[in-house]
Design a protein around this ligand. Structure first.
Ligand SMILES: C[S@@+](CC[C@H](N)C(=O)[O-])C[C@H]1O[C@@H](n2cnc3c(N)ncnc32)[C@H](O)[C@@H]1O
Length: 243
């Protein structure tokens, strides 16, 4: 009998900047429960051990760049990027068990070798990662938390932008996509107040043009079906750590 922990304990929920979403929706397929038992433990980062100074050590490939995707959902974008960029090490973070199950199936099917996973709150992972270690952070269609009393749950906040600034290399990028106009303005405003990033947009077209090699995610497809327009924001990390 395979059991998957879906710990929703209040302690987990209350951590500052923590995960507020649901851990599980439908029952997993049997093949996915097997992957949780056999594959996830091989790929999951062990945060009880200190992070290696050089994240390349986490990967079997040469991993000359390291990319993190936070809240990857079913992993559509993440797994496609892994296949296209075999010399890049990818770290995917997703606490939603059904999303992780879907991603594990795709990783197994395509025999993805350049990936490591974390199935808990991304703020824990960010605090574990070494300073100046990432080339790109993707945050794609994060939960919008539309009610005002829930805005404080949004992943883009002052503390998490400080976390991004610490772990991104100078010149590294924070890439953000959403279909919610209020979250666009919220993010621009928060990043503007954090002096570690420069918004890379020359004109309005840049906001509506996805990054090269873009693979639409499940939430993006749903947004388009429902008539909302995707917005893509790229923020370049400029090194303010010395000064
Ligand atoms: C709206 S869904 C978008 C999923 C996917 N990126 C897409 O575009 O289809 C947001 C995802 O972020 C994940 N998430 C929310 N808070 C998180 C956190 N603190 N750490 C990691 N993932 C988180 C949720 O579990 C959920 O799967």
């Amino acid at each position: 009998m395979i059991t998957i922990s879906d710990d929703n304990s209040p302690g987990r929920q209350r951590r500052a900047g923590a995960f507020f979403g649901r851990r599980k929706a439908n029952p997993l397929k049997y093949s996915q429960t097997v992957l949780f038992e056999k594959l996830l433990p091989r790929l999951k980062l062990d945060l009880d051990e200190p992070a290696p100074e050089n994240l390349q050590e986490l990967f079997n490939c040469s991993a000359n760049r390291i990319i993190l995707e936070i809240g990857f959902g079913g992993g559509e974008h993440l797994v496609q990027r892994c296949g296209e960029q075999s010399e890049t090490g990818f770290i995917g973070c997703e606490p939603f068990i059904n999303g992780m199950g879907k991603a594990l199936s795709a990783i197994d099917k395509h025999q993805v070798a350049n990936i490591r996973l974390f199935d808990e709150d991304a703020t824990r992972l960010l605090d574990w990662l070494p300073t100046d270690s990432l080339d790109i952070i993707y945050l794609l269609y994060p939960d919008p938390w539309p009610k005002k009393r829930h805005w404080k749950r949004r992943f883009v906040n002052t503390d998490n932008l400080d976390r991004f600034a610490r772990v991104l290399k100078s010149g590294g990028e924070f890439r953000f996509a959403t279909d919610i106009a209020h979250y666009v303005n919220w993010t621009l405003d928060h990043v503007h107040r954090n002096n570690a990033f420069v918004w890379q947009a020359q004109n309005d077209k840049d906001r509506t043009t996805p990054w090269t090699g873009w693979k639409s995610t499940r939430y993006e497809k749903k947004a388009i079906r429902e008539g909302r327009d995707p917005v893509y924001l790229t923020f370049v990390h400029c090194n303010t750590k010395e000064g």
